[in-house]
Design a protein around this ligand. Structure first.
Ligand SMILES: [Zn+2]
Length: 266
């Protein structure tokens, strides 16, 4: 059985500080245990460079370039325009397969000014994805209503497609995204005891739209909570996801690999 990790951050410094052997060993162990591919996702322009370097070093690693909403919230419109211009130049690099991660995060700062900036940058990056015919990888935390509204508007305008990663919305939000042709990805949290609503959302996603991920080094699945998460642990996430969806693990694993390759064109 093989799995494709649709969302990881192997350039995160926690790998070199806390994982024995660093990211290099984490990646090697993951490939050994049956990981057939990894999308490494950037969160700003600096780690976009390290992400691209990683994808150029490993055959089976691909890159996503984008600006995370938490970083975006501190830029003004002029700085956002400059960041977008830089982003655009990186999108033509050969292993870049998506714009991400982009989106909205109102968890730590839900002031009107921050929301306004995040929404502006999110919409511009979705337009950017559409104009480069790339899918978007969306981070949505405590912002389901606004995120859905912006995605809907952009799909209507440009037909942009993509995935909501580490999905934390309701089954209702999932259904709306599915109706727009989008994909939904689940990570470690689907295995958590208190994750009834995440499990319900997973149960509402058909086999041809489901993705699986780590968000490594974050969000390890049960029984690895408190450890550094890496792609090999995704087999534990697979078990919880398959239980929630009501299919056997082989079926879900094969579907997620096929869907990830289709969405990112790899
Ligand atoms: Zn992430």
């Amino acid at each position: 059985m093989v799995l494709f990790d649709s969302h990881a951050h192997y350039d995160d410094k926690r790998f070199d500080e806390e994982f024995e052997g660093g990211s290099e060993r984490a990646i090697a162990l993951s490939f050994e245990k049956g990981i057939c591919g990894i999308i490494n996702v950037s969160t700003n322009l600096e780690n976009a460079e390290t992400t691209i370097a990683l994808s150029e070093k490993y055959d089976r690693i691909y890159a996503a370039v984008g600006y995370h909403p938490e970083d975006a919230g501190y830029l003004d419109e002029r700085e956002i325009d400059a960041a977008l211009e830089k982003c655009e130049t990186l999108l033509s690099r050969k292993k870049v397969v998506a714009v991400g991660e982009i989106g909205l995060d109102y968890h730590y700062d839900a002031s009107d000014e921050t929301k306004k900036r995040q929404k502006y940058f999110f919409e511009r990056q979705l337009e950017c994805a559409a104009s480069h015919s790339l899918p978007a990888i969306v981070h949505d935390r405590d912002a389901h209503g606004d995120a859905l509204e912006i995605v809907k508007r952009c799909v209507k305008k440009s037909g942009v497609t993509g995935v909501f990663h580490s999905f934390s919305g309701s089954a209702e939000t999932a259904r709306e995204l599915l109706s727009l042709g989008w994909y939904i990805s689940f990570g470690g949290p689907v295995s958590y005891k208190n994750a009834a609503s995440v499990k319900r959302a997973a149960a509402s996603v058909p086999l041809d739209r489901i993705l699986i991920e780590t968000d490594a080094p974050y969000l390890p699945p049960v029984p690895h909570r408190g450890e550094i998460n890496y792609s090999a642990y995704m087999f534990d996430t697979l078990k919880a996801l398959s239980d929630a969806m009501g299919y056997d693990e082989e079926t879900v694993a094969a579907a997620t690999v096929e869907n990830t390759k289709r969405l990112f064109g790899v």
